[in-house]
Design a protein around this ligand. Sequence first.
Ligand SMILES: *Cc1c(COP(=O)(O)O)cnc(C)c1O
Length: 378
Amino acid sequence: MPFNLSLANREAAGLKRRLATVDKVAGRLLYADQGAYLNFAGNDYLGLSQAPELRLAADDAAREYGVGAVASPLVVGHHAIHRALEAELADWLGLEAVLLFSSGFSANQAVIKALLTREHLCWQDKLNHASLQEAGLLSPARMQRFAHNDMASLTARLKPQSGLIISEGVFSMDGDLGNWPELVALAEQSQNWLMIDDAHGLGVLGREGRGTLSHLGLEASQVQIMMGTFGKALGVSGAFVGGSRALIDYLQNYGRSYVYSTHLPPPQAAAILAAVRLARHADDKRAHLAELVECFRQGVASLPCELLPSITAIQPLVIGEENRTLALADRLKALGIWVGAIRPPTVPQGSARLRITLSAAHQRADIDTLVSALQASL
Ligand SMILES: *Cc1c(COP(=O)(O)O)cnc(C)c1O
């Protein structure tokens, strides 16, 4: 097995992954390595992971149902609390039916591998998440990647009635939005199916935080498949797939990571349900977050670095070279600030970056601290 060599190569290229152990997160602070840091690396965009409502809901459910689902959903793992969460999601997002998964990664695997056959094509944006790309490659369908958000590049590859187009609501490493009005039009014209992965739009954008489609004035019914995760703005973990009753029935039968995996622990489902109810009424948090984004972008506008265009909580500073990116992240850490240093293969070669994420848990003064630290480090 050649794994030693692969690891050595990664290390030599400055690409070896480092695992940090966090002692705890408390609001905007992260405790690790005997220090406290302002946390600009997580995906808890509304600060819900710490909300007392979620903790209480998980506590109550643990007492009522126990801590484990005890089986896969189709055996005896599907509890009333899961049913309640599915109903709340369907109501929130305007979906006919919803299926719960333990993770976004497994949800994407289930959908793509269960739906596509050898006769299908699967068109994916080049910057789609690894879970989408991997599922596309492992599926029997032929994968075709189009240039990021480039509708001409997609059009050149599209064939009528041949398969599934997949893109993201908010791109996870860039923070920009997918070109959904055009994607919807192209899918309709070519009579192909359309799937949105809205991991980073859900809770943050749109009316009641319904996500990217709502933000752009589109309806959930304009895509055949909506996927979203509970580990980002909803502050917990897990995922759902939504669509027609027929689609969900099909996935319940043929989605292998649904059928053959233990269902979400009831306390987790209860916490997610509490998070959805809070997120629906969190316009104040969303407004605060938008203000922080604006403030951050103004603050770094004059700095010698490339800030990608983004209206979302994801604010990437592209540095380029891997070791320089790591050194910058270390320098910020010494100043009490934790940001993600994202390197290939997570992002394209030569575009290593600081992935700075803002949260409604931050205060204005935190953004000032961040901007000053960047000024001193760049
Ligand atoms: C995080 C993420 C996933 C995976 O979700 P998990 O629940 O963390 O497994 C899928 N798609 C996108 C775009 C993501 O950002």
